[in-house]
Design a protein around this ligand. Structure first.
Ligand code: SAH
Length: 386
């Protein structure tokens, strides 16, 4: 009979090394305290890993030789493998990152004149199955670990440094629903904002959600990142057909929760971003724009219009330019700040909603349908065996 294997053991022999990549300051401080080291080691490690991109303890020269040797024995900085790195004609870059379980997730860098935005994935696939999103069509496998989320920033920073570019903004708008991977996402954004790691301000880290209301209420208690909500429709009847989660958390509840999030922030000038994917002949009519203008009148927000990006197998079509500008003008005339997200990277399938990675779907179809109907749980039950 086979010897029982401890889950932390590699080949039943050595205990697996602990990966320091996803640890924030509190976790690193606890780790160092466990091995009899002073708390300030945590900050030193954060700087080495995230600012200097060093993964070998031997190169961390302000640590004592004895500590470096000890760390080599018990820990590692394990960065996922980059399967491919594609550059688009417009400068957009996409990384396909291999994560455990034979899955891949994608992250995208969008360079602009004064900033560089990295679009980061939070889950392998997505369980929400929004009707217009390529990620949802791939099904859902699992939540990403904190290390896997933050590694996307690590990888982009290293790859970009040669060209003199850097990640100045992060948006959690890649694959997955960040609020369904709450703890890992919060730890990852804390690292993105930590002065000894990536040092991004709360205005430069944006979490985008389809509207998991209880999790959004909890978010305000633990962080103050910028918030974007994926609305896409001005009424529940239409939103139900686009975002199945709406049947569980309708628009009024979502906007109330977003307002509570804003109310709790010390800076009362902050706004949320309302994302509205414009789909040809679906949600792009004048009446929709008028209804949206009225719907949002009590929510401090700016509105980001995203022309629908087509992907293989979808029956939806891109909005016409006429309809898009008419939609924008109605909102602008009503006093809103409106931006149109220019489509970037569509030649390498890196545009919004085109991210599909490689997902081994572990969600039973019946469960996905149950989630769509909003039966009991926001998060569908996952199949635990492969
Ligand atoms: N689950 C989160 C984050 C991922 S989606 C959320 O729903 O917000 C990030 C943004 O891309 C969302 O606003 C989403 O609606 C938009 N998007 C998805 N598919 C798209 C498509 N095919 N074309 C344009 N935008 C799309």
């Amino acid at each position: 009979m086979d010897k029982p294997r401890h889950k932390d053991c590699d080949d039943g022999a050595l205990p697996a090394k602990v990966n320091l990549l996803g640890m924030g300051e509190p976790q690193l401080t606890a780790f160092f305290s466990d091995i009899g080291e002073k708390p300030f080691r945590a900050k030193q490690l954060l700087k080495w890993i995230h600012q200097r991109g060093v993964t070998e303890f031997a190169q961390m020269t302000d640590l004592s030789k004895a500590l470096r040797t000890r760390l080599q024995e018990i820990a590692e900085v394990r960065v996922p493998t980059v399967v491919s790195h594609t550059a688009s004609r417009d400068g957009t870059a996409k990384w396909l990152v291999q994560v455990a379980g034979d899955n891949c997730v994608e992250s995208v860098f969008i360079p602009e004149k004064n900033r560089g935005t990295l679009c980061v994935s939070s889950q392998v696939g997505c369980s929400l199955d929004c009707s217009f999103c390529a990620t949802g069509k791939q099904g859902f496998n699992r939540d990403l670990e904190t290390a896997e989320i933050v590694s996307q920033v690590w990888i982009a920073e290293r790859a970009l440094s040669a060209s003199g570019r850097a990640v100045s903004n992060v948006v959690l708008m890649g694959m997955g629903e960040p609020l369904l991977n709450f703890d890992n996402v919060v730890e990852a954004v804390n690292l993105m904002m930590h002065d000894c790691a990536y040092g991004l301000s709360k205005r430069r880290v944006t979490l985008s959600t389809a509207g998991v209301v209880p999790a959004l209420d909890k978010l305000g208690e633990v962080t103050d990142v910028s918030l974007a909500i994926s609305l896409h429709a001005p009424n529940d009847a239409l939103r139900d057909t686009l975002v199945p989660l709406n049947r569980k958390y309708p628009i009024a509840d979502l906007l109330a929760s977003a307002n509570r999030y804003l109310d709790a922030l010390p800076d009362q000038r902050r706004k949320i971003t309302v994302e509205y994917t414009l789909i040809g002949n679906v949600n792009d009519r004048m009446e929709h724009a008028q209804e949206l203008a009225s719907l949002l009148r009590h929510t401090p927000c700016k509105i980001n219009l995203i022309p629908f990006n087509e992907f293989p197998g979808t029956a939806y079509r891109r909005v016409s330019n006429n309809a898009m500008y008419r939609f924008r003008d109605i909102l602008a005339d009503a006093g809103y700040t409106v931006t149109i997200r220019t489509t970037r990277g569509d030649d390498i399938a890196a545009a919004c909603g085109q991210l599909a990675g490689q997902v081994n779907d572990r969600t039973r179809r019946s469960e996905r349908y149950r989630a769509r109907a909003g039966a009991d749980e926001a998060r569908p039950v996952r199949v635990l065996t492969g």
